[in-house]
Design a protein around this ligand. Structure first.
Ligand code: UD1
Length: 423
């Protein structure tokens, strides 16, 4: 169970967002890289790690397995896993965050066995782990699964071909990590191509791994005997950057988002241009300028380089006030429209049919009491709150804190009337 937090985020109707803001390191790169730190036997220093609940939980997981974890400053973590001694993760930690399952690949290859509680279903869909396990089996591991947990073991993993039926991000990462110290070569076909996979691969190669092809659909991993230490900076969070960019669009503002890798933002930039925003790319920044006549657009979520499912809710918030009728098709997760009911409370006109949503643009939204049903849904409500008449009170914000490093401070820096309050 998630802990119940009595804090809420209050958003008042705000002026057009204006100014510069720096994006934090990527949650979805930091989590697998923290898990991969279990593989090295020397000091690892990770920089630009975002300050998030999920990162805190992953550090707890690492400590419970025998790693030493110390914060050198708010965004720099030093890890030493020389004395890794535990192959089992505790249910309480596992249950708090699905991504803790990413320790399975590293433990399997480093200690020869791993036992984990099964990550429960989560709000946005069943989220099975069959592809992770398919990969471990292909590398020669025995995998025994019962209702509560999954145990995988192997005296010596051996590289092989693994074809992923769907380019799952987590499965690609877990299999890649397991293969780093397997005997011989592993080839992952139909691998996920997300930038966070490239960051993980770069980090593993710094530790001494031999991985080629990350960022394409075929990743080749030649097993090595030992992984050491490294210093690595986490890539910028493209979803946080995208959320701030939508903030500029929805408020008809003018915002420069700094610390971005502009090529990672292509699907988001393209869709913002399509609805009528001006999007200017700098070397490591993007400027988004909104205006009074933004037009309806259609989006369909896809694995990278398609439009990210993690930006779907925020774009839906924008669509509620675009001129005309927009559509969203969610192909990655089966139940990722929970923000619809919340946006409707604010006056949005949205119809959902299975995995498709139709959004009729309105002139205005109205402040309401809403709840963050998941991480990105929470971000969508912040965006809607910025332009809604009156006051929006967002409850269950622990979801937002799982993935955004002080979201209210970033939006406040751009002039939004947003604050956190204890109730
Ligand atoms: C990661 C991201 C998450 C993002 C998602 C899709 C992290 C920590 N989280 O999650 O923010 O929304 O990618 O971009 O990086 N699937 C299976 N079998 C499996 C694994 C996945 O069927 O073994 C399915 C899932 O049910 C889902 C789809 O594949 O429908 C995508 O999941 P996946 O890419 O694995 O997402 P995560 O790695 O969990």
């Amino acid at each position: 169970m998630e802990e119940i937090c009595l804090e809420k985020i209050i958003v008042e109707k705000s002026p057009p967002l204006h100014g510069r803001v720096r994006v934090s390191g990527a949650k979805n790169a930091a989590l697998p890289i923290l898990a991969a730190s279990l593989l090295g036997t020397e000091d690892i220093i990770l920089e630009d790690v975002p300050n998030l609940k999920d990162v805190e939980i992953m550090c707890e997981v690492l400590k419970s397995l025998g790693s030493e974890v110390a914060y050198l400053d708010a965004n720099t973590i030093k890890i030493n896993s020389k004395n890794l001694n535990n192959y089992e993760t505790r249910y309480e930690l596992m249950n708090k965050m699905r991504a803790s399952f990413l320790v399975m690949g590293p433990l399997l290859t480093r200690l020869g066995k791993t036992r984990n509680s099964l990550p429960g279903g989560c709000a946005i869909g069943a989220r099975p782990i069959d592809l992770h396990l398919k990969g471990f089996r292909a590398l020669g591991a025995e995998v025994v699964q019962n209702e509560d947990n999954v145990f995988a073991y192997s005296d010596r993993l051996t590289g092989d071909m693994v074809y992923l039926d769907f380019p799952s991000v987590g499965a690609t990462e877990n299999i890649m990590m397991a293969a780093t110290m397997a005997q011989g070569e592993t080839i992952i076909d139909n691998a996920a191509m997300e930038p966070e996979i490239v960051d993980l691969s770069n980090f593993l190669n710094k530790l001494g791994a031999d991985i080629r092809g990350a960022g394409t659909s075929t990743i080749k991993i030649r097993g090595v005997k030992h992984l050491g230490g490294a210093k690595h900076s986490i890539i910028p969070d493209r979803i946080e950057a995208g959320t701030l960019m939508v903030g500029a669009a929805i408020s008809k503002g003018d915002v420069i988002v700094e610390n971005v890798i502009t090529s990672h933002m292509k699907p988001v930039s393209a869709k913002l241009r399509e609805c009528g925003c001006t999007v200017e790319e700098g070397i490591d920044s993007i400027r988004v300028i909104g205006n009074d006549h933004l037009k309806a657009i259609d989006i369909k979520t896809m694995p990278y380089p398609g439009f990210p499912t993690d930006m779907q809710a925020q774009f839906m918030a924008l669509m509620t006030v675009l001129e005309g009728t927009s559509t969203v098709i969610e192909t990655v997760f089966e139940n990722r429209f929970m923000h619809v009911e919340e946006l409707k409370k604010m006056g949005a006109d949205i119809q959902v049919e299975e995995r498709a949503a139709t959004i009729l643009g309105k002139d205005k939204l109205f402040g309401a009491e809403v709840k963050a049903t998941d991480l990105r849904a929470g971000a969508a409500l912040v965006l809607a709150g910025i332009i809604a008449e009156g006051t929006t009170i967002i409850d269950e914000i622990y979801h937002i804190d799982r993935g955004y490093d002080r979201i209210e401070e970033k939006f406040r820096k751009l002039g939004a009337n947003i604050y956190r309050k204890e109730f």
